[in-house]
Write a new protein. Structure first.
Length: 368
């Protein structure tokens, strides 16, 4: 028996899944079984979504603290005796090799929504400080691995809960202005800050290199700037209507690195052009709008905060990936939802969709 499915949300997901399968068929045509594996991952995510959709929000709330504590404990275990691959310590062997930071993408908004639900009607500034501390612990551990992409997603989901809980604009605006001043200063002083031999104490070397490459990809066009330059060439060569399905030269001549994962948006842009990009963005906006409507209509504070945060996860995924490929954000390992290949990310997306379905279902049950 099918229960808990929000028709409009399911339709938005269906449109994006179709776009993902079409794009993967082309981008992964000569990439082994990538298309079949992508379709399999989507089916797994669909199954997870169906199962999670049957769990009422009240039950999800009871899982918040255990899931958060388990996630932080596993992150500490990774820091102590995790598995190192390509210079990053992100995995741990528990019989099966897992990446605990992925758990926090869902556990973090669950935990903060639970916290604010407990404080409903008696919120004080101290409660927001506690929420900030709960957020900074896992984010700090993830950045230590280092994993800038995942830490960014976890921080975005946590900040979304804190914002929707009622954080004052008087506290937000100074931070936004400070960030703006920092960005302008970075752009203005790029030649000095990115000169050879200059090291930034607050970032790892590879993170500094990514930011400097973003500011001026031509500094190393055949090395660190290659990804960004080829991505922008592919996007620009698509023009208004694109080169057509399976006709992308940058894609099929393998100029685009990671064309089935992080940089698949460049492959999509080349074949479907500006019109295709606008339609894809419209699909994501439809999904985000529906998620926010579900959050607005949710029956409890916990479910409102959780639905809003999960929706912002989808926004962050899409915004960061498209911005990264377009050359307006540093290159980080963030996939494009439903379009990029990736098993772990697809599981997270399936859980997020299931949570939204569950909250939508609980609202309808209370109305009947």
């Amino acid at each position: 028996m099918v229960q808990g499915f929000d028709g409009l949300l399911a339709f938005a997901v269906f449109l994006l899944v179709c776009a993902g399968l079409v794009t993967m068929y082309s981008a992964g045509f000569d990439h082994g079984t990538r298309f079949i594996d992508h379709a399999r991952n989507m089916l797994i995510a669909g199954g997870i979504m169906f199962v999670v959709a049957q769990i009422p929000p009240q039950r999800l709330m009871t899982l918040a603290v255990p899931l958060y504590v388990a996630g932080v404990a596993l992150l500490l275990a990774v820091a102590l005796f995790g598995i190192t691959k390509k210079g990053a310590k992100r995995w741990i062997n528990l019989g099966v090799v897992i990446q605990p930071s992925e758990i926090l993408k869902i556990a973090m908004p669950l935990m903060l929504a639970w916290w604010f639900q407990r404080r409903e009607g008696q919120l004080r500034p101290l409660d927001f400080l506690v929420a900030g501390a709960l957020l900074l612990v896992p984010v700090g551990l993830i950045m230590k691995q280092p994993d800038l992409g995942t830490s960014l997603l976890v921080m975005a989901s946590g900040l979304a809960v804190i914002f929707f809980a009622g954080l004052s604009w008087e506290l937000i605006l100074p931070l936004v202005l400070l960030a703006g001043v920092g960005i302008v200063t970075l752009v203005a002083l790029e030649p000095q800050l990115c000169a050879d031999g200059v090291r930034w104490a607050v970032l790892h070397d590879y993170q500094q290199q990514r930011i400097c490459t973003l500011l001026d990809p031509s500094r190393d066009p055949l090395g660190k700037g290659f990804h960004i330059i080829q991505g922008m060439i592919a996007i620009g060569s698509g023009g208004t209507f694109g080169k057509g399905f399976m006709a992308g030269t940058q894609t099929h001549l393998e100029f685009i690195p990671e064309r089935t994962t992080d940089f698949i948006f460049a492959a999509f842009s080349e074949e479907f052009g500006l019109v295709g990009n606008l339609l894809l963005i419209a699909g994501f906006l439809f999904l985000i709008f529906r998620g926010l409507v579900i959050a607005l209509d949710a029956p409890t504070l916990f479910s409102r905060l959780l639905a809003g945060a999960v929706t912002m996860i989808f926004f962050t995924y899409a915004f960061v990936n498209m911005g990264m490929v377009s050359g307006i954000l540093p290159v980080v390992g963030v996939p494009l939802p439903f379009i990029s290949y990736g098993g772990t990310a697809m599981v997270t997306l399936g859980m997020g969709l299931g949570i939204l379905m569950s909250i939508s279902k609980s609202r309808r049950l209370m109305q009947t």
